[in-house]
Write a protein that binds this ligand. Structure first.
Ligand SMILES: *[C@@H]1O[C@H](CO)[C@@H](O)[C@H](O)[C@H]1NC(C)=O
Length: 450
């Protein structure tokens, strides 16, 4: 079998930081849109007690010998952090032998875990990274009872930007799809220690799509021709190919959905805001027969196996078709049914490495607006998180008018863009900062599997 079609999309993903709206944008977007987002996340957050337990769980798994040496405390009233996100590390005075020596306070469990990491790194000389870049090196931590004290009243670190995002949509297929819960648990602990609070949560979405598409009378056989195999899910999800490497067994679909529920529960306990997938218009070919009057466009050839239509050239439902919003809304609702009302942030990448059927701004804008409408009818707080990769990979197509058409197709504040390759090919510089749409500045870290 050929290696996976190698899209220029690089594997791992890192990323950081939502830029605080620059002044020009602040006027348009208003800091209120970001505050609204934070408030929506806050309403869905796990209780302080749950988050304190979750942070203690990270410590227990990382450094069981010191499970009692730290005390974690969520600061829900803002006494420590005020309006910002922060952690504070201080000494516990007069603690009994074997008791807590260091108190870490913060407004979410992610802040508590990243405070723990900060302390271990800067007071104990610890290094914590992925296994391939050194893993967790903890031998320098002094024994319980002799942990270094922090100076004075302690140290407080504030988050300079609200969101630390993590992952690339293709990492699902490059790496995560092979992981069991143990491996996921380790990764989520790592995320919390690094302060990541906005991770993608894409596992198991085919099981949700299966239920949604069945409700539109698509059969399992039709879906066998639609979903990609495990190593290719990402590209099938983006409409780059179909069926290649499949089909997916029911057992596998069910198992992935169960895994996703565990992943989401842990993310929520840690105070993270998981990013769920949403509908981009990509439909099984069966839709053409089931809905003969629907407006469905066949996309061109991507990099698929010899351009064979058995795998290539997927179908996209036109945003002007009422069915588009029905399907998109049904998908959001089905996710809510499976997972509960846990997030308001949804990823959607339309035309990732696929050229749209027309460069007409009105078409692009109607597509964007339909995507957002489908999301917001399923979840009124919905915010669309979109990769800006297409503006880089297909720069010849995405000129100012096409970019503006897409970026301004939803109210300012209801979309965030990922400037995925910002350390090398920053789009924010050539697009007047995404024409006023809030964006996240990212580093694309490459870590091919051997
Ligand atoms: C599915 O098929 C049934 C039976 O033919 C029909 O009543 C129903 O309207 C169809 N559902 C959709 C969403 O088209």
């Amino acid at each position: 079998m050929r290696p996976p079609p190698s899209p220029p999309l690089l594997p791992l993903l890192l990323l950081l930081v939502l830029l605080p709206s620059p002044p020009a944008v602040a006027a348009a977007a208003g800091p209120t849109s970001l505050e609204a987002l934070r408030a929506a996340a806050g309403r869905r957050a796990a209780s302080p007690a749950t988050q304190e337990r979750a942070a203690a769980g990270v410590l227990r798994r990382l450094l069981p010998s010191h499970a009692l040496s730290f005390r974690f405390q969520i600061d829900p009233k803002g006494g420590v952090c005020g309006d910002s996100s922060c952690f504070r590390i201080s000494n516990v005075d007069g603690s009994s032998k074997g008791g807590a020596e260091i108190l870490i306070q913060g407004n979410t469990a992610v802040e508590l875990a990243s405070g723990l990491h900060w302390y271990l790194k800067y007071w104990c000389g610890v290094h914590i990274s992925w296994d391939k870049t050194g893993g967790a090196q903890l031998a320098s931590v002094p024994s319980p009872g002799s942990l270094p004290r922090v100076k004075g009243t302690g140290v407080k670190v504030e988050r300079p930007v609200p969101w630390n995002y993590y992952q690339n949509v293709v990492t699902s297929s490059y790496s995560f799809v092979w992981w069991d819960w143990r491996r996921w648990e380790k990764e989520i602990d790592w995320m919390a220690l690094q302060g990541i609070n906005l991770p993608l949560a894409f596992t198991g979405q085919e099981a949700v799509w299966q239920k949604v598409f069945k409700s539109f009378n698509v059969t399992d056989r039709d879906l066998d021709d639609f979903f990609g195999g495990p190593a290719f899910l990402a590209w099938a999800r983006m409409g780059n190919l179909h069926a290649w490497g499949g089909p997916l067994s029911q057992n596998w679909l069910d198992q992935q959905l169960a895994l996703q529920k565990k992943i989401l529960s842990r993310m929520i306990e840690l105070g993270m805001v998981p990013v769920l997938p949403s509908f981009s218009g990509n439909v099984p070919v069966a839709f053409k027969k089931l809905f003969p009057s629907a407006s469905i466009t066949r996309l061109g050839e991507w990099n698929t196996v010899d351009g064979n239509p058995r795998w290539c050239c997927t179908y996209i439902l036109d945003p002007s078709d009422a069915l588009f919003i029905d399907v998109g809304q049904a998908f959001i609702k089905q996710q809510m049914k499976e997972y509960g009302d846990i997030t308001s942030i949804y990823n959607c990448d339309t035309f990732n490495e696929n050229t749209p059927p027309t460069n007409e701004p009105a078409y692009i804008s109607s597509l964007g607006s339909a995507i957002y409408q489908a999301m917001s009818r399923g979840n009124k707080d919905a915010v669309w998180l979109m990769q800006g990769w297409l503006f880089y990979s297909d720069a010849a197509f995405w000129k100012e008018s096409q970019m503006k058409a897409l970026l301004h197709s939803v109210p300012i504040g209801k979309m965030m863009v990922l400037d995925l390759f910002a350390d090398v090919k920053p789009i924010w510089q050539t697009s007047s900062q995404f024409y006023g749409v809030p964006y996240i500045w990212l580093v694309l870290a490459c870590a091919w599997r051997e």
